[in-house]
Write a protein that binds this ligand. Structure first.
Ligand code: DQA
Length: 147
């Protein structure tokens, strides 16, 4: 059987992890986090494709690319979470299981972060578990959503 493929998509400013507000987001870089997700992917026998962009259009292009190529999407859309109807529509278009991940707890911060416009098109949201959120998302994706 062909191994399943999952897209791991990181939105704006997540390329600044390690430097960006470490009290909120920690000291690990995106590369460090991706390496841990990749190690788990190997253990689970799945193929992962990583992508980061600061641009809404590039994120949408990557989501569209997942159509018929991926079995699910794990996405941290950064601040786009709170207002990008275009990213929400792209996720709804590709008809794949999507898990939304946030490093910080978006419900314990500023008011504007408490709204996720992408949540209604996702199977699950993980918020506030740091990088563990991605690992949990991948495990859940493999065992529950992308069957
Ligand atoms: C974030 C939370 C967002 O509100 C913020 O804009 C980010 C990161 C998180 O991972 O906690 O860029 O998605």
């Amino acid at each position: 059987m062909m191994s399943k493929t999952f897209y791991v998509i990181h939105g704006p400013n997540l390329n600044m992890l390690g430097i960006r507000e470490p009290a909120v987001y920690g000291y690990e870089t995106l590369e460090d986090i991706n390496a841990e997700i990749a190690a788990l992917g190997k253990e689970l026998g799945v193929t992962l494709e990583f992508f980061q962009s600061n641009s809404e259009g590039a994120l949408i292009d990557q989501i569209q690319k997942a159509y018929k190529k991926a079995d699910g999407i794990i996405i941290n859309p950064g601040a786009y979470t709170h207002y990008s109807y275009a990213i929400r529509d792209a996720l709804a278009s590709v008809d794949l299981p999507v898990i939304e991940v946030h490093l910080s707890d978006i419900y314990k911060r500023e008011e504007f972060r408490k709204i996720s416009v992408i949540n209604p098109v996702c199977c699950a949201q993980i918020s506030g578990l740091g990088k563990e959120g991605y690992l949990l998302a991948l495990r859940e994706m493999v065992t529950k959503y992308a069957l």
